[in-house]
Design a protein around this ligand. Structure first.
Ligand code: PEP
Length: 262
């Protein structure tokens, strides 16, 4: 069984003080318990500050986006090299909020995925269908297209540094819809099959597929213990250290008494 990963996406939330408190609480809660991989993705302005707090801990630093160029006249953008420079290990790309609110295309997301991987960052590529697409049975074709176009041209040696987050757009945030563990598992199977067709069976079996969409402490265990669910990408609940740590604990089958499992 692959080790579960729990990743906090703070989106455009927190002040510097809140970021400091949240990061310290997560580091303390995780302690030296390495049974679940934990990463935090604060907003750009707090990456360096949170990176210092995470330094030397088991909690990795991640970013929420990047621009697919090394440097240049790209006002307001942040390069993969800059993210590495402040200590990021991982970057979230293709989030539905960037696809739908900011109009990012699969082709642009693909440029970002390739730039991140070739710079040495790990990538969490988010994919997921809208409610309308699900209602007309287009879930599989949407996921396929986002994978095929988002991962075009990837070198096989980069695949171990890639994870996919299945995030049904209709289940993100406080909109009232929740995917059932069965729906999550079914979509993860579609994703793994589709990935297998693109890159072969062995990489598909090694691929980490995370689930994202209103995961809360109460729902986490049922999702995380489904076959093929390798972890969770957490939005809202990652802004509360107790809730986030409880979700991480839910990824462990045999809790012990210290660290994440306390
Ligand atoms: C997300 O946006 O990646 C996410 C999973 O958000 P939430 O947990 O708030 O639904």
């Amino acid at each position: 069984m692959r080790k579960k990963s729990v990743v906090g996406n703070w989106k455009m939330h927190t002040t510097a003080d809140e970021a400091r408190r949240l990061a310290n609480a997560v580091v303390e809660g995780v302690g030296n318990d390495d049974r679940v991989s934990v990463a935090l993705c604060p907003p750009f302005p707090y990456l360096a500050l949170v990176g210092k707090i995470l330094d030397g801990s088991l909690v990795a630093l991640g970013a929420q986006n990047l621009y697919p160029e090394e440097e240049g006249a790209f006002t307001g953008e942040v390069s993969p090299t800059m993210l590495l420079d402040v200590g990021c290990k991982v970057v979230i790309l293709g989030h539905s909020e960037r696809r739908h609110a900011l109009g990012e295309s699969n082709a642009f997301i693909n440029q970002k995925v390739r730039a991140a991987l070739s710079a040495g960052l790990d990538v969490i590529l988010c994919i997921g269908e809208t409610l309308d697409q699900r209602k007309v049975n287009r879930t599989e074709s949407v996921l396929d297209r986002q994978l095929i176009q988002g991962l075009a041209g990837l070198a096989p040696d980069a695949l171990p540094r890639l994870a996919i987050a299945y995030e049904p757009v209709w289940a993100i945030g406080e909109g009232g819809h929740r995917a059932t563990p069965r729906q999550a598992q079914e979509a993860h199977e579609l994703i793994r099959n589709s990935f297998g067709k693109l890159f072969g069976e062995k990489p598909s079996l090694a691929l980490a597929v995370l689930y994202g969409g209103s995961v809360k402490p109460e729902s986490a265990a049922a999702l995380l213990h489904r076959s093929g669910v390798d972890g969770a990408l957490i939005g809202g609940a990652s802004l509360n250290a107790d809730q986030f740590l409880a979700i991480a604990r839910a990824g462990i089958r045999e809790p012990k008494t210290k660290g994440v499992a306390a």
